[in-house]
Design a protein around this ligand. Structure first.
Ligand code: NDP
Length: 248
């Protein structure tokens, strides 16, 4: 049987936090488009191995790398390990993230440091390492949040702060790397059914009601936008909401 791939034939992609949720769906979608894929994880080794098996079943190469985005060396190192294992790098998807919500006065310094380390510093360092490794025409796609567009209630100070920083990073990367044909864009998911934010969780009904379409999104719906941006050469420095109208 001959497998027909899509727009990413022969490209190499790294998806941080690719063991579960939006990252796992993205890894599989990019493989379906023809990319070889590396995923990082911290705890879910078996889930990461399952993503590798799903990618390999599509006829593409895959590796799972344990790399904590909160660790500076590991965040940058995952980029280098991907390039070594799969022979270069064309697409970086900065997906790994943590969500800590709570009243401003109750957020501890440890929580502030942890969220900024994973959601901001890790993304910055991975992008920095990728800029040095990406082939010309490469892509940096970062997963932000609908909370950068509209904060629907209290408790989002830390998370919204962290995700909003990524918009500035994305625009600056677009300017710096544009001359090499490397694009940088950011995708803002709305409430999306994953382990982080299950559609049957205690705060789910209110989140669904905040959207125009009245429901949670799927990880695959976010992955579709990432796959488009992994192909698009004349789209850069831009923000894309995949949020069911949460920001409308
Ligand atoms: P999940 O919690 O379902 O999955 C998170 C993934 O990130 C896992 O693969 C996890 O690895 C990995 N991860 C977590 N911390 C680290 C770390 N320190 N280093 C490396 N990998 C890490 O999350 P989602 O799929 O829901 O979220 C993906 C992205 O989308 C995040 O950036 C999130 O903020 C953003 N987002 C999600 C929304 C939602 O409603 N779900 C809405 C808006 C944005 P492991 O399996 O090993 O734990």
């Amino acid at each position: 049987m001959t497998t027909t791939y899509g727009t990413l034939n022969g490209k190499v992609a790294l998806v941080t936090g690719g063991s579960r949720g939006i990252g796992a769906a993205t890894a599989v979608r990019l493989a379906r488009e023809g990319a070889d894929v590396a995923v990082t994880y911290v705890d879910a080794k078996e889930a990461a191995s399952d993503v590798v098996r799903r990618v390999e079943a599509l006829g593409r190469r895959a590796v799972a790398l344990r790399a904590d985005s909160a660790d500076a060396e590991e965040a940058a190192g995952a980029v280098l390990r991907t390039a070594e294992a799969l022979g270069g790098l064309d697409v970086l998807v900065n997906n790994a993230g943590v969500g800590v919500l709570g009243p401003l006065g109750e957020l501890s310094l440890a929580e502030v440091d942890r969220v900024l380390a994973v959601n901001v510093r890790g993304v910055f360092l991975a992008s920095q390492a990728a800029a040095a490794r990406l082939r010309d025409g490469g892509r940096i796609i970062t997963i932000g949040s609908c909370m950068t567009q509209r904060v629907p209630g209290p408790g989002g100070t830390l998370y919204a702060t962290s995700k909003s920083a990524l918009t500035g990073l994305t625009k600056a990367l677009a300017r710096e790397l544009g001359p090499r044909g490397i694009t940088a864009n950011i995708v803002h998911p709305g409430p999306t059914h994953t382990d982080m934010n299950p559609a049957d969780g205690p705060f789910a009904a209110g989140q669904a009601a905040m959207t125009a379409v009245g429901r949670f999104g799927t990880a695959e719906e976010v992955a579709s936008m990432v796959a488009y941006l992994a192909d698009a050469a004349y789209v850069t420095g831009a923000e894309f909401s995949v949020d069911g109208g949460h920001a409308a």
